[in-house]
Design a protein around this ligand. Structure first.
Ligand SMILES: Cc1cn([C@H]2C[C@H](O)[C@@H](COP(=O)(O)OP(=O)(O)OP(=O)(O)O)O2)c(=O)[nH]c1=O
Length: 200
């Protein structure tokens, strides 16, 4: 017998997050959440992404038995949170700061079910090689940096800036797959790795 499983709303306009959930075999309906993403004074990067993920999940009103998943990703260097670049100059400054050193990427995921709200946060350390000014200018002339925290995409051409990572790759792209799977299982939402009838 097929049980009635809770449906999942993805409170995100990020195509990467939708693709990562599709990779898990999880179907979603998309309802983007528009909230103010300004960091609060003195907020740590971890507190910041957790708060924003929680606020995105709270901004969407689900039907009675549905769950809402939201996430937030920030690139952090010297304790400073780099969001998405708002101008060519901002993008250039971000890439220069990341050049030739290690930075952190924090992603928080919030899953709101009719029972509760759970939030997890993961950190990945990413090492960039030294970037040449001319290649940064070519990169900034592409479409890639603009909707990405820190002005680069590890899954695209920006992957050529990355010497090594320590931690989850999918966390950098916007949704840590292991931890997201665990959250979904906790809320009774099956992935392609689970028995759709609800057995073990
Ligand atoms: C560092 C990095 C970030 N990103 C993306 C992930 C996120 O989509 C984005 C960070 O911005 P977010 O505010 O986390 O997400 P978003 O605005 O794209 O979507 P929404 O708020 O509606 O959920 O940067 C990459 O795709 N690749 C990378 O290598």
């Amino acid at each position: 017998m097929l049980l009635n499983r809770p449906s999942l709303i993805l409170a995100s306009r990020s195509p990467r997050r939708r693709e990562l959930l599709a990779q898990l075999g999880v179907e979603v309906s998309v309802v983007p959440a528009d909230i103010d993403e300004t960091p609060a004074p003195g907020e740590t990067p971890r507190d910041y992404v957790e708060r924003i993920a929680r606020e995105k999940a709270a901004a969407v009103q689900p039907a009675a038995d549905a769950c809402v998943l939201a996430a937030d990703t920030a690139v952090v260097v010297d304790g400073d949170i780099l969001g998405k670049p708002e101008s060519l100059d901002a993008g250039r400054r971000m890439l220069r700061r990341l050049s030739g050193r290690v930075h952190q990427v924090f992603t928080a995921v919030a899953l709101r079910s009719p029972r509760d709200l759970r939030v997890i946060c993961r950190e990945t350390r990413v090492a960039f090689r030294a970037l040449e000014d001319a290649e940064c200018e070519r990169y900034l002339a592409s479409d890639e940096p603009w909707d990405k925290a820190g002005a680069y995409a590890i899954q695209g051409l920006g992957g050529a800036f990355v010497e090594r990572i320590d931690g989850s790759y999918s966390n950098v792209v916007g949704l840590p797959l292991c931890e997201t799977l665990a959250l979904l299982r906790g809320a009774g939402i099956p992935s392609a790795l689970d028995d759709p009838a609800g057995g073990a």
